[in-house]
Structures are given as structure tokens and as C-alpha cells.
Write a protein that binds this ligand. Structure first.
Ligand SMILES: NC(=O)c1ccc[n+]([C@@H]2O[C@H](COP(=O)([O-])OP(=O)(O)OC[C@H]3O[C@@H](n4cnc5c(N)ncnc54)[C@H](O)[C@@H]3O)[C@@H](O)[C@H]2O)c1
Length: 284
């Protein structure tokens, strides 16, 4: 979608991090935006900031793990702007631990937001984009969707699923509606609040802060340092704008991490388990 000016887009998880940067970058290109997030106040702050810079944005508080909430985002695009051309299914949360110890509600929470959030977005937004004459879908996965590091079972599962769903979607659209492009975003560490995902942990999964304890505290501090040393989310958003313009399918923000994807694939093809090396640390 080369010409972005005047188009209509949706960004989920727009109140913080990569979503906030995506909203800012697409607004700067003249895209009119429905911004969605589960956090009402930070969402309203982002919306006001963009409006004061001259952008046309509409904010919807929504939980992407709930299908009817995502449908409300689609309806807002219809009602406010009368069309939809761009969907960034970006909202996500981090959560993990040892796979057999992670409680089932945490599995459900992480898969609900990261996987079903994208599924709900595809279900609600793609038909609208087709009806509007075409456009682009951006699904935020992760390098965790291409590797399988320990301690991140629910997150890895959700992100692997987002990668494969994006591939299927792109092939299906190429066959049926080639006017709609697809991009899957696979970032490495990015400087955001992802390691504060527990702030949105639902009560059924232990409530805010309910996921930390024991060794998880020191793991979280290590992740804090890695995320703090990560890419500026504005840099990631610029890559996304470019991929939408040029219809590029995959964005890997950290090309130096590709070796770990190759190692995993080679090991699997040999019937082996890839040795664990955490990307972005001295061991990689
Ligand atoms: N930061 C990284 O290093 C990194 C790396 C790879 C992938 N990602 C992915 O990038 C995406 C954006 O995360 P981020 O890093 O900007 O983190 P972030 O925490 O800064 O932003 C995530 C946003 O999603 C919102 N959100 C959480 N649960 C929600 C729900 N149920 N419904 C609607 N909104 C919800 C949060 O309120 C927040 O505004 C996620 O999908 C994440 O998995 C991040």
C-alpha cells in the first residue's frame, strides 16, 4: 500500500511501546487511526498527543482477547471513518516460567491476548479491508516465534502461532484477494514495557504482579536489562511503515539473531534439539 495518506488504520496495544510508535508513525503518514488498548488512561494520553499534533485518531478501550471487544474496534472504524485499510494486530503480553509450573490461567491469558488477539483481529478486520478495496495487515509476532527458548513456553507458543497464521493468511490473500498484503513483525529486544505485562494480568491469572515470585524475580531483572538495551520502538515502527509501503512479508529487526533460527531449523532437520543460547547476551 504505497499511498498511506488518508487511509484508515487500526493499531491494537497502541498505548505503549511498539504500538504507540506504530500509531505515531502511521499518523505522521496521514493515516486516520482507531487506537485500541486495554489501558484506558495511557491510551487517551497517546490519542490526545497525536491529536494535538494534527492527527485524526479515535480511541477505543478494548481487551483483544475478547472477540466482541475487537469487533467494537472494527465497528468504530466503520462508524467514524467509513472504511478500513490497515490493521496492526500488535497488543501482546509476556509471561512464562517452567512449562509444567505455569498455571493454566497464565497459559490462557498469554494465548488469549497474543494469539486470540491476532485471530480476533483477522476475523474482524480482514473482511473490512477487503470491502474497502484492499490494504495491509501487520501481525506482531517476535523472534520467539522463530526460536524456542526455555522459560517462555506460553509466549513462544503464541508467537510461533502468529508467524504461521500470518504465512497462511498471506498465501490465502495472494490467491483470493491480492489487493491485501500481510507483514509479520518479528522483533528481538525492543525498549518497551513488555516486561511490565503483569500490570494487565487478569485476576483469574493471579492479578497484577501475580506472576512473579521465586526465581522469576531475577529472570525478570535480567530481561529488564536486555529490554532496556533493546531497539528504540520508533525504529521498529519505521521498518513497519516501509514494509507496508513495499509489501514486504517478514520484518526481522535483529538480523544478527538469524543464526539462532538457522541453528534450530538445522537441528530439527537432523532430529536434534538445538543448544540453548539466549540471543542478545554474551553467550550468543
Ligand atoms: N519489547 C520487545 O522486546 C518485544 C519483542 C518481540 C515482540 N514484542 C511484541 O510487541 C508487541 C507490543 O509489545 P511492547 O513490547 O510494545 O510492550 P508494551 O507493554 O509496551 O505494549 C503492549 C501494549 O499492549 C496492551 N495490552 C496488553 N494486554 C492487552 C489486551 N488484553 N488487550 C488490548 N491491549 C492490551 C498494553 O496495555 C500495552 O499498551 C507485543 O505483541 C509483544 O509480544 C515485543
Amino acid at each position: 500500500m504505497e499511498d498511506l495518506d488518508g487511509k484508515v488504520g487500526v493499531v491494537t496495544g497502541a498505548a505503549s511501546g511498539i504500538g504507540r510508535s506504530l500509531a505515531t508513525a502511521f499518523a505522521a503518514e496521514g493515516v486516520r487511526l482507531v487506537l485500541a488498548d486495554i489501558e484506558a488512561e495511557p491510551l487517551e494520553e497517546v490519542a490526545s498527543e497525536l491529536r494535538s499534533g494534527g492527527a485524526d485518531v479515535f480511541a477505543v478501550t478494548a481487551d483483544v482477547s475478547v472477540a466482541s471487544d475487537v469487533e467494537r474496534i472494527g465497528t468504530a472504524a466503520d462508524d467514524v471513518y467509513g472504511a478500513l485499510h490497515l490493521a496492526c494486530n500488535n497488543a501482546g503480553v509476556g509471561g512464562g516460567g517452567l512449562s509444567w509450573q505455569v498455571d493454566l490461567e497464565t497459559w490462557r491469558w498469554v494465548l488469549g491476548v497474543n494469539l486470540f488477539g491476532v485471530i480476533h483481529g483477522i476475523h474482524s478486520f480482514v473482511p473490512r479491508i477487503i470491502a474497502s478495496g484492499g490494504g495491509h495487515v501487520v501481525n506482531t509476532a517476535s523472534m520467539a516465534g522463530l526460536t524456542s527458548n526455555p522459560g517462555m513456553g506460553p509466549y513462544n507458543a503464541s508467537k510461533h502461532a502468529v508467524v504461521t497464521i500470518s504465512e497462511s493468511l498471506a498465501l490465502e490473500l495472494a490467491m483470493t484477494n491480492p489487493e491485501v498484503g500481510v507483514t509479520v513483525l518479528c522483533p528481538g529486544w525492543v525498549r518497551t514495557q513488555i516486561n511490565r505485562s503483569d500490570r494487565n494480568r487478569p485476576d483469574r491469572a493471579g492479578g497484577p504482579g501475580g506472576g512473579l515470585g521465586g526465581d522469576a524475580g531475577s529472570l525478570s531483572r535480567m530481561l529488564d536489562r536486555l529490554i532496556e538495551s533493546g531497539l528504540d520502538p520508533d525504529v521498529v515502527a519505521a521498518l513497519v511503515v516501509d514494509a507496508v509501503r513495499n509489501r514486504r512479508f517478514a520484518i526481522l529487526t535483529h538480523p544478527d539473531w538469524s543464526e539462532s533460527v538457522r541453528r534450530r531449523t538445522d537441528a530439527l532437520l537432523e532430529g536434534e534439539l538445538a543448544e540453548f543460547r539466549l540471543p542478545g547476551t554474551l553467550t550468543d
